[in-house]
Design a binder for this molecule. Sequence first.
Ligand SMILES: Cc1cc2nc3c(=O)[nH]c(=O)nc-3n(C[C@H](O)[C@H](O)[C@H](O)COP(=O)(O)OP(=O)(O)OC[C@H]3O[C@@H](n4cnc5c(N)ncnc54)[C@H](O)[C@@H]3O)c2cc1C
Length: 446
Amino acid sequence: MTSTLDQLTGTVHRPGDPGYPAAVTGYNLAVVHAPALVVEAQTVDDVVTAVRYAAAEGLAVTVQNTGHGARHPVGPDTLLLRTGALDGVAVDPVGRTVTVGAGVTSGQVVAAAAPHGLALVAGAAPSVGVVGMATGGGMGPLARALGFAADRVRSFEVVTADGEQRHVAADSEPDLFFALRGGGGGVAVITALTADLVELPGFWGGAVFFPGAHAAAVLHAWRTWAPTLPTEVTTSIALLRLPDLPDLPPPLRGQFLVHLRIASTGSPDDGAALLAPMRAVAPVVVDTVGPRPYTEIGAVHLDPEQPAPTADSGCLLGGLPAAAVDALLAVAGPGVETPLLAVELRQLGGALAVRPEVPDAVSGRDAAFSLFAVGVLAPPVAAQVPAAVRAAVAALAPWRSGLQYGFAAGQDLTEAWTPSVLARLRRVTRDRDPDGLFRAAQQLPA
Ligand SMILES: Cc1cc2nc3c(=O)[nH]c(=O)nc-3n(C[C@H](O)[C@H](O)[C@H](O)COP(=O)(O)OP(=O)(O)OC[C@H]3O[C@@H](n4cnc5c(N)ncnc54)[C@H](O)[C@@H]3O)c2cc1C
């Protein structure tokens, strides 16, 4: 291993350098890293150089693209490897695949694939990294129709802890191929991946907002309505306490709302007929549901694109009986003082439950619903947010059925996988990174 960065074409930032503060910051402003140095890789060779340097210097390596998944600030024992400049996107319209560098966001791929009538199976927010999402699983607004993003990955290009570049596919590197799809990414640095695209020029969907005062009626109706939907339809619902910010439209700004999300690969007429009973449950504040190009997939969840300091967590649910909805209303419903920005329930099932031909490490495949709670760590409520997140998750403990890697911050991930999947993940990590060079956003449980 070499202990020089002389070969590097990218940029190095050390504490005190003018570029350091921006380089250690990502989407979640609550997680500001303090590494020994930051390497902004320009090329795959830069990744090799950085990994070899860290190994020789006794530093750990943490990878960050957008910082959407950052959980713990790293310290001076770590080299932070930024991948944003590995930004290649190559769509193959004939083979219906895309090859992306580790710095690419899902919105970039969605835009590049759209002219070919093709779509990336992606999450709710276009600003999330494609590679980071695949390492965690990736459940999006059309998840019940299209499944997990990780299930669509055909191959990875990686740099392993020995500083070597490797092509990882089902036949060449079956263990790494298993672990990198859903296992958290802490076993190698991914420099690129190739994934299948789906033929989907458009979808039907959007958001329906109801006044928060009607939360009990809307949530109870949603709980019985969602399980009647065909798997071409994906829905979720959130109790939102929106800030009084000028970039929010007046009917939503500063309001307590129920945000029903729906997206379907089926026909608009079928979708409208299915949604009709929910539209009638309470007065509607804003309704944006209709036919859309796939490039508007971000309009379903309307996740904030601007960086903010946040704390979040969640869990999976085996079912959602009336008592579970009542428990949620008791911590986040009308009349409750809570600093939480959003408490969200997603209906799972459908394609999410279908195991891929080549097994992967994706967690949360068999749950019926997921819970996610998030708050902004801003004054005057910042100090109360972590406890409120924990309280929301604890409120649904009687119905808890496990964890999904991407929605389980701060929790013991033993629950995320079956014992055999976790044992294989641990074995692959031990074999391929025996000295524990790589540190994922969330480490495997010891
Ligand atoms: C607003 C918002 C909306 C979200 N919506 C969804 C959603 O709808 N569905 C869903 O499933 N998830 C969702 N997520 C979670 C998101 O998918 C994960 O946090 C994901 O890991 C973010 O990837 P990133 O590259 O953007 O973030 P980063 O913070 O840059 O990366 C997160 C982690 O991924 C790993 N990683 C990233 N790049 C590499 C690499 N090149 N090699 C190895 N490991 C790597 C590292 O462990 C890294 O710490 C959302 C998150 C936010 C903040």
